[in-house]
Design a binder for this molecule. Structure first.
Ligand SMILES: C[S@@+](CC[C@H](N)C(=O)[O-])C[C@H]1O[C@@H](n2cnc3c(N)ncnc32)[C@H](O)[C@@H]1O
Length: 221
C-alpha cells in the first residue's frame, strides 16, 4: 500500500509550478557559481565516477541545469522534481537527459540503484521531523559505496514563510534553516557517513550561510 503524501508537499509543488519559469531565468548556471561550489560538484562527480556504482539522481533538480552540469562532467545523471512545471522546463532545455516528476520523500527508485544522489538546495522545504524520512530514502536507494552531496542554506533552526519569491511570484511554501551540525547528525543516524563538510559564510552576494556535505553509504552495514 502506498503511504499518503505528506501535506506540505502540495504547497511546495504549487509554489514551484508558479515560479518555475522565473526561477529558470534567474538562477545561476553552474558555470557561474563560485569556485568552491564548483569544486564540490567536481569532487562529487569524480567520487561517483571512480566508485562506478550507478547513476546519479538529482533530487529536487528544478530546471535541470545542475543535472546537465553533472552529465557534462561525465556522470550518468537524471533529475527528479516535485514540480511538473520544473520538469517540463528541464525536458525542454536538456532533451537528451531523463527527468521525472516525483518526491524525494518516496522516490520511485529501486533499492541500491544509485551511484550518487545530489540534493542541491532542495531539502530545506522538508519539515525537520520529516528529514529522517528523506534521508532514509537516500540510504535505501544508494548502492553500498555510493555518494551523496547535499547543499543548502543553514541557520539556527528558523522557519521562513516568504509570501513572494523569484520576481515577486506568490509562494506558500516554508523553508527550514537547520544548523549544519543537526543535518550532519541526521545523515549519520540514517547510516550515511559524512566525509566532508564545507561551510561558506555570507558575503556581499549571499545573505545566508551555505553548507555542503559529502557523505557515503558504507560498503557494509
Ligand atoms: C530552490 S529549488 C533548487 C532547484 C535546483 N536543485 C537548483 O539548484 O537550481 C528547490 C527545488 O526542490 C524541489 N523540491 C522540494 N521538495 C521536493 C521533494 N520533496 N521532492 C522533489 N523535489 C522537491 C522544488 O520543486 C524545487 O524545484
Amino acid at each position: 500500500m502506498t503511504e499518503p503524501e505528506p501535506s506540505y508537499l502540495a504547497a511546495v509543488r504549487e509554489s514551484y509550478d508558479t515560479v518555475a519559469a522565473a526561477y529558470a531565468k534567474l538562477v545561476k548556471s553552474p558555470a557561474q557559481l563560485d569556485p568552491l561550489s564548483r569544486a564540490m560538484l567536481a569532487a562529487f562527480a569524480e567520487a561517483v565516477r571512480t566508485a562506478d556504482r550507478g547513476p546519479v539522481a538529482d533530487l529536487g533538480c528544478g530546471p535541470g541545469h545542475v543535472t546537465a552540469y553533472l552529465a557534462d562532467l561525465g556522470v550518468p545523471a537524471f533529475g527528479v522534481d516535485l514540480s511538473p512545471k520544473m520538469i517540463e522546463l528541464a525536458r525542454q532545455a536538456y532533451p537528451s537527459l531523463r527527468f521525472t516528476v516525483g518526491s524525494m520523500t518516496a522516490p520511485a527508485i529501486r533499492d541500491n540503484e544509485l551511484g550518487g544522489i545530489l540534493a542541491y538546495y532542495s531539502t530545506h522545504h522538508t519539515p525537520p521531523e520529516l528529514l529522517p524520512v528523506v534521508f532514509a530514502a537516500f540510504h535505501r536507494t544508494l548502492a553500498p559505496g555510493g555518494h551523496l552531496m547535499l547543499a543548502g542554506h543553514v541557520g539556527d533552526g528558523e522557519r521562513l514563510r516568504p509570501t513572494r519569491a523569484y520576481g515577486g511570484h506568490p509562494v506558500s511554501y516554508e523553508s527550514h534553516l537547520l544548523p549544519a551540525d543537526r543535518i550532519a547528525e541526521l545523515l549519520d543516524r540514517a547510516g550515511l557517513a559524512v566525509t566532508a563538510r564545507l561551510t561558506e559564510e555570507p558575503d556581499e552576494g549571499a545573505t545566508r550561510t551555505i553548507a555542503t556535505f559529502l557523505a557515503r553509504k558504507p560498503e557494509r552495514p
